[in-house]
Design a protein around this ligand. Structure first.
Ligand SMILES: Cc1ncc(COP(=O)(O)O)c(C=O)c1O
Length: 407
Protein backbone atom coordinates (compact mmCIF):
# COMPACT_ATOMS: atom_id res chain seq x y z
CA UNK A 1 0.00 0.00 0.00
CA UNK A 2 1.28 3.45 -0.84
CA UNK A 3 1.89 6.02 1.83
CA UNK A 4 -1.20 8.18 2.10
CA UNK A 5 -0.69 11.67 0.76
CA UNK A 6 -3.22 14.36 0.06
CA UNK A 7 -3.84 16.03 -3.30
CA UNK A 8 -0.93 18.38 -2.82
CA UNK A 9 1.47 15.57 -1.99
CA UNK A 10 1.63 16.53 1.69
CA UNK A 11 1.59 13.73 4.25
CA UNK A 12 -1.95 13.35 5.55
CA UNK A 13 -2.71 13.44 9.25
CA UNK A 14 -5.20 10.63 9.69
CA UNK A 15 -5.55 9.84 13.35
CA UNK A 16 -7.58 6.85 12.23
CA UNK A 17 -4.51 5.12 10.90
CA UNK A 18 -3.24 4.57 14.42
CA UNK A 19 -6.45 3.38 16.04
CA UNK A 20 -5.70 -0.02 17.60
CA UNK A 21 -8.98 -1.48 16.38
CA UNK A 22 -7.82 -0.90 12.83
CA UNK A 23 -4.43 -2.49 13.31
CA UNK A 24 -2.36 0.47 14.45
CA UNK A 25 -0.25 2.07 11.74
CA UNK A 26 -0.75 -0.97 9.50
CA UNK A 27 -4.41 -0.40 8.79
CA UNK A 28 -5.45 -2.44 5.80
CA UNK A 29 -8.16 -0.30 4.31
CA UNK A 30 -8.68 -2.80 1.51
CA UNK A 31 -9.41 -5.55 4.03
CA UNK A 32 -11.92 -3.26 5.71
CA UNK A 33 -13.65 -2.62 2.40
CA UNK A 34 -13.48 -6.33 1.49
CA UNK A 35 -15.24 -7.14 4.76
CA UNK A 36 -17.77 -4.33 5.04
CA UNK A 37 -18.16 -3.06 1.48
CA UNK A 38 -17.77 0.44 0.12
CA UNK A 39 -18.40 3.30 0.62
CA UNK A 40 -17.70 3.41 4.35
CA UNK A 41 -17.62 6.10 6.99
CA UNK A 42 -15.37 5.16 9.89
CA UNK A 43 -16.35 6.97 13.08
CA UNK A 44 -13.83 7.05 15.93
CA UNK A 45 -15.55 7.87 19.23
CA UNK A 46 -12.14 8.46 20.86
CA UNK A 47 -11.80 11.52 18.64
CA UNK A 48 -15.27 12.69 19.76
CA UNK A 49 -14.01 12.41 23.35
CA UNK A 50 -10.79 14.28 22.52
CA UNK A 51 -12.59 17.14 20.78
CA UNK A 52 -15.15 17.53 23.56
CA UNK A 53 -12.43 17.61 26.20
CA UNK A 54 -10.34 20.14 24.27
CA UNK A 55 -13.26 22.53 23.91
CA UNK A 56 -14.38 22.02 27.51
CA UNK A 57 -10.84 22.81 28.63
CA UNK A 58 -10.64 25.92 26.45
CA UNK A 59 -13.99 27.20 27.80
CA UNK A 60 -14.00 25.96 31.39
CA UNK A 61 -16.92 28.10 32.55
CA UNK A 62 -19.15 27.19 29.62
CA UNK A 63 -21.70 24.33 29.57
CA UNK A 64 -21.47 22.54 26.23
CA UNK A 65 -24.54 21.27 24.36
CA UNK A 66 -23.58 19.20 21.30
CA UNK A 67 -25.53 20.33 18.21
CA UNK A 68 -26.90 16.96 17.10
CA UNK A 69 -27.57 18.19 13.57
CA UNK A 70 -23.85 18.08 12.74
CA UNK A 71 -23.73 14.29 13.07
CA UNK A 72 -26.91 12.70 14.45
CA UNK A 73 -25.33 9.43 15.47
CA UNK A 74 -26.00 7.26 18.49
CA UNK A 75 -22.33 6.44 19.03
CA UNK A 76 -21.54 10.15 19.17
CA UNK A 77 -24.43 10.92 21.51
CA UNK A 78 -23.67 8.02 23.87
CA UNK A 79 -20.00 9.02 23.98
CA UNK A 80 -20.81 12.64 24.77
CA UNK A 81 -23.36 11.64 27.37
CA UNK A 82 -20.63 9.74 29.21
CA UNK A 83 -18.41 12.83 28.98
CA UNK A 84 -21.06 14.97 30.67
CA UNK A 85 -22.00 16.98 27.58
CA UNK A 86 -25.51 18.35 27.03
CA UNK A 87 -27.44 18.29 23.74
CA UNK A 88 -28.78 20.99 21.46
CA UNK A 89 -31.91 19.73 19.72
CA UNK A 90 -33.80 21.30 16.85
CA UNK A 91 -36.37 18.76 15.68
CA UNK A 92 -38.66 15.99 16.87
CA UNK A 93 -36.44 13.45 15.09
CA UNK A 94 -33.48 14.51 17.19
CA UNK A 95 -35.60 14.22 20.33
CA UNK A 96 -36.61 10.68 19.31
CA UNK A 97 -32.94 9.74 19.00
CA UNK A 98 -32.21 11.06 22.51
CA UNK A 99 -35.22 9.24 23.91
CA UNK A 100 -33.98 5.96 22.45
CA UNK A 101 -30.73 6.50 24.32
CA UNK A 102 -32.51 7.53 27.55
CA UNK A 103 -30.75 10.91 27.60
CA UNK A 104 -32.07 13.00 30.47
CA UNK A 105 -34.10 15.91 29.12
CA UNK A 106 -32.64 18.32 31.66
CA UNK A 107 -29.43 18.01 29.64
CA UNK A 108 -31.07 19.45 26.53
CA UNK A 109 -31.97 22.81 25.04
CA UNK A 110 -34.20 23.32 22.01
CA UNK A 111 -32.61 25.93 19.76
CA UNK A 112 -34.70 26.06 16.61
CA UNK A 113 -36.00 29.64 16.44
CA UNK A 114 -39.08 28.62 14.37
CA UNK A 115 -41.28 25.81 15.68
CA UNK A 116 -44.73 24.37 15.13
CA UNK A 117 -47.02 23.86 18.10
CA UNK A 118 -46.46 20.09 17.79
CA UNK A 119 -42.69 20.67 18.04
CA UNK A 120 -43.08 22.62 21.27
CA UNK A 121 -45.43 19.99 22.69
CA UNK A 122 -43.13 17.12 21.70
CA UNK A 123 -40.16 18.79 23.36
CA UNK A 124 -42.14 19.59 26.51
CA UNK A 125 -43.51 16.05 26.67
CA UNK A 126 -39.93 14.80 26.48
CA UNK A 127 -38.97 17.18 29.28
CA UNK A 128 -36.96 19.86 27.52
CA UNK A 129 -37.96 23.25 28.92
CA UNK A 130 -35.50 25.73 27.36
CA UNK A 131 -36.43 27.11 23.93
CA UNK A 132 -35.18 29.81 21.58
CA UNK A 133 -37.34 32.48 19.90
CA UNK A 134 -36.49 35.50 17.79
CA UNK A 135 -39.80 37.21 17.00
CA UNK A 136 -43.20 38.07 18.38
CA UNK A 137 -45.14 35.31 16.54
CA UNK A 138 -42.83 32.72 18.04
CA UNK A 139 -43.28 34.27 21.47
CA UNK A 140 -47.06 33.99 21.07
CA UNK A 141 -46.72 30.24 20.50
CA UNK A 142 -45.50 29.93 24.10
CA UNK A 143 -48.51 31.59 25.72
CA UNK A 144 -50.22 28.21 26.37
CA UNK A 145 -46.98 26.81 27.78
CA UNK A 146 -45.77 29.82 29.72
CA UNK A 147 -45.67 27.96 33.02
CA UNK A 148 -43.59 25.12 31.59
CA UNK A 149 -41.00 26.81 29.38
CA UNK A 150 -38.26 29.41 29.70
CA UNK A 151 -36.94 31.19 26.64
CA UNK A 152 -33.74 32.54 25.19
CA UNK A 153 -34.07 35.32 22.61
CA UNK A 154 -31.71 34.87 19.68
CA UNK A 155 -29.90 37.98 18.52
CA UNK A 156 -28.53 38.18 14.98
CA UNK A 157 -24.87 38.94 14.30
CA UNK A 158 -24.32 38.82 10.54
CA UNK A 159 -20.89 37.44 9.77
CA UNK A 160 -19.98 37.21 6.08
CA UNK A 161 -16.62 35.72 6.99
CA UNK A 162 -18.24 32.58 8.45
CA UNK A 163 -18.48 29.64 6.07
CA UNK A 164 -22.20 29.44 6.83
CA UNK A 165 -23.70 32.76 7.96
CA UNK A 166 -26.67 31.67 10.07
CA UNK A 167 -27.73 35.22 10.99
CA UNK A 168 -28.97 35.60 7.44
CA UNK A 169 -31.90 33.40 8.40
CA UNK A 170 -32.39 33.70 12.16
CA UNK A 171 -32.10 36.17 14.99
CA UNK A 172 -33.59 39.57 15.77
CA UNK A 173 -31.69 42.85 15.69
CA UNK A 174 -30.17 43.78 19.04
CA UNK A 175 -32.33 46.91 19.22
CA UNK A 176 -35.50 44.77 19.01
CA UNK A 177 -34.65 43.07 22.31
CA UNK A 178 -36.29 45.59 24.70
CA UNK A 179 -39.62 45.39 22.83
CA UNK A 180 -39.51 41.56 22.73
CA UNK A 181 -38.75 41.38 26.45
CA UNK A 182 -41.62 43.76 27.19
CA UNK A 183 -43.94 41.64 25.02
CA UNK A 184 -42.85 38.50 26.89
CA UNK A 185 -43.51 40.24 30.23
CA UNK A 186 -46.96 41.29 29.06
CA UNK A 187 -47.75 37.66 28.19
CA UNK A 188 -46.37 36.26 31.42
CA UNK A 189 -43.64 34.40 29.55
CA UNK A 190 -40.27 33.86 31.22
CA UNK A 191 -37.31 34.97 29.12
CA UNK A 192 -34.23 33.78 30.95
CA UNK A 193 -31.52 34.91 28.57
CA UNK A 194 -30.11 35.63 25.15
CA UNK A 195 -28.50 33.48 22.48
CA UNK A 196 -26.63 33.96 19.23
CA UNK A 197 -24.82 31.96 16.56
CA UNK A 198 -22.15 33.92 14.72
CA UNK A 199 -22.02 31.40 11.84
CA UNK A 200 -20.40 28.04 11.34
CA UNK A 201 -16.65 27.56 10.74
CA UNK A 202 -15.64 31.11 11.59
CA UNK A 203 -12.13 32.33 10.80
CA UNK A 204 -11.46 33.76 14.26
CA UNK A 205 -13.30 34.53 17.48
CA UNK A 206 -13.67 38.28 16.96
CA UNK A 207 -17.40 38.03 16.14
CA UNK A 208 -17.99 35.80 19.17
CA UNK A 209 -16.27 38.43 21.34
CA UNK A 210 -18.24 41.28 19.74
CA UNK A 211 -21.53 39.40 20.22
CA UNK A 212 -20.75 38.63 23.87
CA UNK A 213 -20.00 42.33 24.52
CA UNK A 214 -23.22 43.42 22.81
CA UNK A 215 -25.26 40.85 24.76
CA UNK A 216 -23.58 41.91 28.00
CA UNK A 217 -24.75 45.48 27.30
CA UNK A 218 -28.27 44.22 26.62
CA UNK A 219 -28.29 42.05 29.73
CA UNK A 220 -27.03 44.80 32.02
CA UNK A 221 -28.94 47.71 30.46
CA UNK A 222 -32.28 46.27 29.51
CA UNK A 223 -33.73 45.19 32.81
CA UNK A 224 -31.61 46.49 35.66
CA UNK A 225 -34.49 46.21 38.15
CA UNK A 226 -36.29 43.20 36.68
CA UNK A 227 -37.78 40.58 38.97
CA UNK A 228 -36.32 37.85 36.75
CA UNK A 229 -33.16 39.31 35.18
CA UNK A 230 -31.52 37.69 32.18
CA UNK A 231 -29.27 35.00 33.61
CA UNK A 232 -28.23 32.86 30.62
CA UNK A 233 -26.11 33.61 27.56
CA UNK A 234 -25.88 30.95 24.85
CA UNK A 235 -22.90 31.68 22.59
CA UNK A 236 -23.88 29.13 19.91
CA UNK A 237 -21.41 27.22 17.75
CA UNK A 238 -19.01 28.25 15.02
CA UNK A 239 -15.85 26.71 16.56
CA UNK A 240 -13.72 25.83 13.52
CA UNK A 241 -11.67 22.83 12.49
CA UNK A 242 -8.74 22.64 10.07
CA UNK A 243 -9.83 20.77 7.01
CA UNK A 244 -6.23 20.29 6.01
CA UNK A 245 -6.05 17.81 8.88
CA UNK A 246 -3.56 19.78 10.98
CA UNK A 247 -4.42 20.04 14.66
CA UNK A 248 -6.13 23.30 15.58
CA UNK A 249 -5.28 25.22 18.72
CA UNK A 250 -8.70 25.59 20.29
CA UNK A 251 -7.26 27.09 23.44
CA UNK A 252 -5.75 30.00 21.48
CA UNK A 253 -8.89 30.37 19.36
CA UNK A 254 -11.03 30.72 22.50
CA UNK A 255 -8.78 33.36 24.14
CA UNK A 256 -10.88 36.35 22.98
CA UNK A 257 -14.06 34.49 23.98
CA UNK A 258 -12.74 33.87 27.51
CA UNK A 259 -11.75 37.55 27.81
CA UNK A 260 -15.20 38.70 26.72
CA UNK A 261 -16.97 36.22 29.02
CA UNK A 262 -14.95 37.58 31.96
CA UNK A 263 -16.80 40.85 31.53
CA UNK A 264 -20.24 39.29 32.01
CA UNK A 265 -22.02 39.72 35.33
CA UNK A 266 -21.13 36.78 37.59
CA UNK A 267 -24.79 35.78 37.73
CA UNK A 268 -24.89 34.91 34.03
CA UNK A 269 -24.57 31.21 33.14
CA UNK A 270 -22.96 30.59 29.75
CA UNK A 271 -23.83 27.82 27.27
CA UNK A 272 -22.48 26.88 23.85
CA UNK A 273 -23.75 24.63 21.05
CA UNK A 274 -20.73 23.18 19.24
CA UNK A 275 -21.38 20.80 16.36
CA UNK A 276 -18.63 20.83 13.75
CA UNK A 277 -15.71 21.08 16.18
CA UNK A 278 -16.75 17.90 17.98
CA UNK A 279 -17.83 15.83 14.97
CA UNK A 280 -15.70 16.81 11.97
CA UNK A 281 -12.35 15.15 12.76
CA UNK A 282 -14.00 11.96 14.05
CA UNK A 283 -15.06 10.43 10.76
CA UNK A 284 -13.14 9.28 7.66
CA UNK A 285 -14.78 8.33 4.39
CA UNK A 286 -13.49 5.42 2.32
CA UNK A 287 -14.70 5.26 -1.26
CA UNK A 288 -13.67 3.01 -4.15
CA UNK A 289 -13.00 3.60 -7.81
CA UNK A 290 -15.81 1.83 -9.70
CA UNK A 291 -15.08 3.08 -13.21
CA UNK A 292 -12.75 5.27 -15.21
CA UNK A 293 -12.58 7.00 -18.54
CA UNK A 294 -10.10 9.17 -20.37
CA UNK A 295 -12.06 12.24 -21.50
CA UNK A 296 -9.96 14.74 -23.39
CA UNK A 297 -6.82 15.53 -21.40
CA UNK A 298 -8.29 14.37 -18.12
CA UNK A 299 -8.70 11.00 -16.49
CA UNK A 300 -12.12 10.62 -14.91
CA UNK A 301 -12.41 8.29 -11.93
CA UNK A 302 -15.95 7.36 -10.90
CA UNK A 303 -16.31 6.58 -7.19
CA UNK A 304 -19.05 4.87 -5.22
CA UNK A 305 -19.58 7.96 -2.99
CA UNK A 306 -20.26 11.51 -4.10
CA UNK A 307 -21.98 14.81 -3.42
CA UNK A 308 -25.43 13.23 -3.12
CA UNK A 309 -24.09 10.95 -0.38
CA UNK A 310 -21.28 11.52 2.16
CA UNK A 311 -19.78 14.42 0.21
CA UNK A 312 -23.08 16.34 0.40
CA UNK A 313 -21.28 18.84 2.63
CA UNK A 314 -19.47 20.08 -0.47
CA UNK A 315 -22.85 21.44 -1.60
CA UNK A 316 -24.70 22.31 1.60
CA UNK A 317 -21.78 23.14 3.88
CA UNK A 318 -19.50 24.66 1.22
CA UNK A 319 -16.67 22.45 2.47
CA UNK A 320 -13.91 20.62 0.63
CA UNK A 321 -12.34 17.66 2.37
CA UNK A 322 -8.76 16.40 2.20
CA UNK A 323 -8.50 13.53 -0.27
CA UNK A 324 -5.95 10.76 -0.06
CA UNK A 325 -5.49 8.67 -3.20
CA UNK A 326 -4.34 5.60 -1.33
CA UNK A 327 -3.30 3.46 -4.27
CA UNK A 328 -2.44 6.00 -6.99
CA UNK A 329 0.75 5.02 -8.79
CA UNK A 330 3.09 6.42 -11.38
CA UNK A 331 3.11 9.73 -13.17
CA UNK A 332 0.54 12.26 -12.02
CA UNK A 333 -1.89 13.69 -14.57
CA UNK A 334 -4.96 15.95 -14.54
CA UNK A 335 -7.77 13.93 -13.03
CA UNK A 336 -11.38 14.22 -11.95
CA UNK A 337 -13.04 12.37 -9.06
CA UNK A 338 -16.74 11.96 -9.74
CA UNK A 339 -19.57 10.46 -7.70
CA UNK A 340 -21.76 7.52 -8.71
CA UNK A 341 -25.03 9.26 -9.65
CA UNK A 342 -26.14 10.22 -13.14
CA UNK A 343 -26.00 13.94 -12.35
CA UNK A 344 -23.14 16.04 -13.66
CA UNK A 345 -23.01 18.12 -10.47
CA UNK A 346 -21.84 14.96 -8.73
CA UNK A 347 -18.12 15.71 -8.95
CA UNK A 348 -15.92 15.70 -5.83
CA UNK A 349 -12.72 17.17 -7.27
CA UNK A 350 -11.71 18.49 -10.68
CA UNK A 351 -8.36 19.27 -12.16
CA UNK A 352 -6.35 17.57 -9.47
CA UNK A 353 -3.10 15.82 -10.24
CA UNK A 354 -3.21 12.09 -9.46
CA UNK A 355 -1.17 9.04 -10.30
CA UNK A 356 -3.00 6.27 -12.09
CA UNK A 357 -5.69 4.37 -10.24
CA UNK A 358 -7.35 1.07 -11.08
CA UNK A 359 -10.90 -0.09 -10.45
CA UNK A 360 -11.15 -1.07 -6.79
CA UNK A 361 -8.52 1.43 -5.67
CA UNK A 362 -9.42 3.51 -2.64
CA UNK A 363 -9.78 7.20 -1.86
CA UNK A 364 -9.72 8.21 1.81
CA UNK A 365 -11.25 11.47 2.99
CA UNK A 366 -10.57 12.38 6.65
CA UNK A 367 -12.37 15.21 8.50
CA UNK A 368 -15.75 14.05 7.25
CA UNK A 369 -17.76 13.92 10.48
CA UNK A 370 -19.74 17.16 10.36
CA UNK A 371 -22.57 17.95 7.96
CA UNK A 372 -21.73 14.96 5.73
CA UNK A 373 -23.66 11.80 6.64
CA UNK A 374 -26.18 14.19 8.20
CA UNK A 375 -27.13 15.62 4.81
CA UNK A 376 -26.54 12.55 2.63
CA UNK A 377 -29.36 11.51 0.31
CA UNK A 378 -30.26 8.27 -1.45
CA UNK A 379 -30.62 9.90 -4.88
CA UNK A 380 -30.60 7.36 -7.73
CA UNK A 381 -31.68 4.84 -5.06
CA UNK A 382 -28.06 4.51 -4.02
CA UNK A 383 -27.63 3.60 -0.33
CA UNK A 384 -25.90 5.92 2.11
CA UNK A 385 -22.39 4.94 3.21
CA UNK A 386 -22.23 2.37 5.97
CA UNK A 387 -20.89 3.70 9.28
CA UNK A 388 -18.28 1.65 11.17
CA UNK A 389 -18.02 2.79 14.76
CA UNK A 390 -14.82 2.56 16.78
CA UNK A 391 -14.48 2.90 20.55
CA UNK A 392 -18.18 3.46 21.21
CA UNK A 393 -19.27 3.21 24.87
CA UNK A 394 -19.76 -0.40 25.87
CA UNK A 395 -23.27 0.42 27.02
CA UNK A 396 -24.39 1.39 23.54
CA UNK A 397 -26.62 -1.13 21.83
CA UNK A 398 -26.21 -0.59 18.11
CA UNK A 399 -29.15 -2.14 16.27
CA UNK A 400 -28.99 -0.11 13.08
CA UNK A 401 -28.05 -2.40 10.19
CA UNK A 402 -26.09 0.45 8.66
CA UNK A 403 -23.87 0.74 11.74
CA UNK A 404 -21.17 -1.79 12.60
CA UNK A 405 -19.26 -1.68 15.86
CA UNK A 406 -15.59 -2.41 15.36
CA UNK A 407 -14.34 -2.08 18.93
C1 LIG B 1 -28.81 26.64 16.28
C2 LIG B 1 -27.50 26.02 15.96
N1 LIG B 1 -26.69 25.68 16.99
C3 LIG B 1 -25.49 25.10 16.78
C4 LIG B 1 -25.06 24.81 15.49
C5 LIG B 1 -23.73 24.14 15.34
O1 LIG B 1 -22.83 25.02 14.79
P1 LIG B 1 -21.32 24.58 14.52
O2 LIG B 1 -21.36 23.30 13.78
O3 LIG B 1 -20.76 25.72 13.76
O4 LIG B 1 -20.66 24.43 15.85
C6 LIG B 1 -25.87 25.16 14.40
C7 LIG B 1 -25.42 24.90 13.04
O5 LIG B 1 -26.14 25.05 12.08
C8 LIG B 1 -27.12 25.78 14.64
O6 LIG B 1 -27.95 26.12 13.64
Amino acid sequence: MNHPSDQSGQPADSSLAVHPALGGGQTDWHALVAQYGSPLLVLDCDIIRRQYRKLAQALPEVSLYYAIKALPNKGVIATLEEEGCGFDIATNGEIAMLEQLFIEPRRTIHTHPIKRDIDIRTALRYGCTTFVVDNIDELDKFVPYRHRAALLVRVSFPNPSARVDLSRKFGCAADEIPALLAAADARGIHVKGLSFHVGSQVADASMHAHAIHRCRDLITATRPDAVAPLSVLDIGGGFPVNYDGSVEDMDAFCGPIRDALNELPASVRVLAEPGRYIAAPAMTCITSVVGRAQRGARMWYYLDDGVYNSFSGQIYDHTRYPLIALDAQGEERPSVLAGPTCDSVDVIAEDIMLGEMAIGDLILAPMMGAYTAATATTFNSLPRARILTLAAPASLAIEDSNVVRLA
